[in-house]
Design a protein around this ligand. Structure first.
Ligand SMILES: NC(=O)c1ccc[n+]([C@@H]2O[C@H](COP(=O)([O-])OP(=O)(O)OC[C@H]3O[C@@H](n4cnc5c(N)ncnc54)[C@H](O)[C@@H]3O)[C@@H](O)[C@H]2O)c1
Length: 410
């Protein structure tokens, strides 16, 4: 079913079926373990690669049956639902070193496989053809490595690919935030007061979705440009402290550390839902909630009531980790957009002539961004217009693209 909804990935299989550009590639994929990634894994293999697969988060194996099916087909998969932190690292280590098999490419989401390889097998890391990273937290880690001259392989960040941030992130969050909250807390959004922390791509998607269902949306921002965008969309931009004791739900979307902490939880009203849609695990400071005064009561899978001695409680989703991993399924169509960028980035790094990419962090070339978008248009029976010779000359863009300058912001 996922495959049918992933037109971009299927198109790439066809495009490269004869060429097999990944012949000789040994890829460790540290990503979500779900049906959509299984389609990616199959595609990488069809394009010539050998692949090992682990999950990028203890909650990111959603479908054991998918992992089992891929393993049954002969791929080394180290992932299962309900794994513990120690299992998680064991799985990554198996991918990186079992049977003396070492990767020459990494497909990472969050930077754990990259970090582990660098620290445990620096010589293998030095021989990498490249790292493709999806997660903002992983990019942050790559930048730290780069700054300290420790990034000894080229890296391509796909979080910044236009097709990823403007499609996957915005539209995916717009749809999934409702599923996450409905499933976990059986709520009605009309009239609900919701606080969205961070009005970037994730925040924009979540806000729009909840506003359209009648919720009263408040936004916090540190960046005046994003704050002004929120104002112009009709949201009330506030400081967190102004509204934390009145809202029914807080959704963190900043990618930042400890956006919700100690005093905030104490001030929340009883029944307030805490949902993290941003950084995989850092936005909600869990240590305070684990204090001995508070009791945790599991009310559903990945839904806990954290209860104060006076009976007040908050509803915590996915223990403050990314709720879209634990509490819902991602739509395959948007996953196809991201997956296509991942596959193209891997091919680009693997087949690039020596020295084209230095030990630095790159974004996906615009031409590929446009290719990924074009591969998904057929799904909508959309027909592109074509520049005339005169128009092409006038605007200064080739008829086959790229159609915008690098700095265009869409
Ligand atoms: N849930 C999902 O499915 C999903 C999808 C894509 C990305 N993400 C994750 O969500 C996070 C945000 O991604 P994005 O693409 O929206 O990033 P972004 O940079 O576009 O937006 C984050 C916004 O938060 C603001 N911000 C930072 N610290 C803040 C603070 N303390 N208070 C208020 N605002 C603050 C920033 O100014 C920025 O505008 C990242 O960690 C990313 O990995 C989640």
């Amino acid at each position: 079913m996922a495959e049918r909804e992933m037109p971009g990935v299927l198109a790439l299989r066809k495009l490269y079926e004869d060429e097999k550009p990944l012949q000789g590639a040994r890829i460790v994929c540290c990503t979500h373990v779900n049906a959509q990634t299984a389609v990616v894994i199959e595609t990488l293999i069809q394009l010539g690669a050998k692949v090992r697969w682990a999950s990028c988060n203890i909650y990111s194996t959603q479908q054991n049956e998918v992992a089992a099916a891929v393993a049954h087909a002969g791929v080394s998969v180290y992932a299962w639902k309900g794994m513990q932190e120690s299992d998680f690292w064991w799985c990554i280590d198996q991918c990186l070193e079992h049977d003396n098999w070492h990767p020459n490419l990494i497909l990472d989401d969050g930077g754990d496989a990259t970090d582990r390889l660098l620290n445990r097998f620096p010589s293998v890391f030095n021989g990498l053809k490249g790292v493709v990273e999806e997660g903002v937290s992983g990019i942050h880690r790559l930048h730290v490595l780069n700054k300290n001259d420790k990034l000894l392989a080229p890296a391509m960040r796909i979080d910044d690919a236009v097709v990823k941030c403007k499609f996957d992130t915005v539209y995916c969050c717009r749809e999934t935030v409702v599923e996450v909250l409905k499933k976990a807390a059986d709520v009605m959004f009309a009239g609900m007061k919701v606080l969205i922390c961070g009005y970037g791509d994730v925040g924009k998607g979540c806000s729009l979705s909840l506003k359209s269902l009648g919720a009263q949306v408040f936004v916090t921002e540190v960046d005046p440009i994003c704050a002004l965008q929120a104002c112009m969309e009709g949201y009330t931009v506030v400081q967190l402290e102004d509204v934390i004791d009145t809202v029914d739900c807080v959704i963190t979307c900043t990618g930042n550390k400890h956006v919700l902490y100690g005093e905030h939880f104490n001030r929340m009203k009883s029944g307030c839902i805490v949902c993290n849609m941003g950084h995989p695990y850092m936005e909600v400071e869990i240590k305070t909630l684990k204090s001995i005064n508070l009791t945790w009561q599991k009310v559903a899978s990945l839904v806990d009531h954290v209860i104060w001695p006076d009976g007040k409680f908050i509803v915590l989703l996915s223990e403050g980790r990314l709720a879209t991993l634990g509490n819902c399924k991602l739509p395959s169509l948007v996953a196809s957009v991201t997956a296509s960028t991942q596959i193209l980035a891997l091919i680009e790094l693997f087949t690039a002539p020596p020295n084209l990419y230095e030990h630095d962090i790159y974004i996906l070339p615009k031409k590929m961004d446009e290719l990924v978008a074009s591969l998904h248009l057929s799904k909508f029976n959309a027909r592109l217009s074509v520049l005339t010779d005169e128009q092409s000359k006038y605007v200064g863009f080739d008829k086959k693209g790229p159609f915008k300058v690098k700095t265009y912001r869409y």
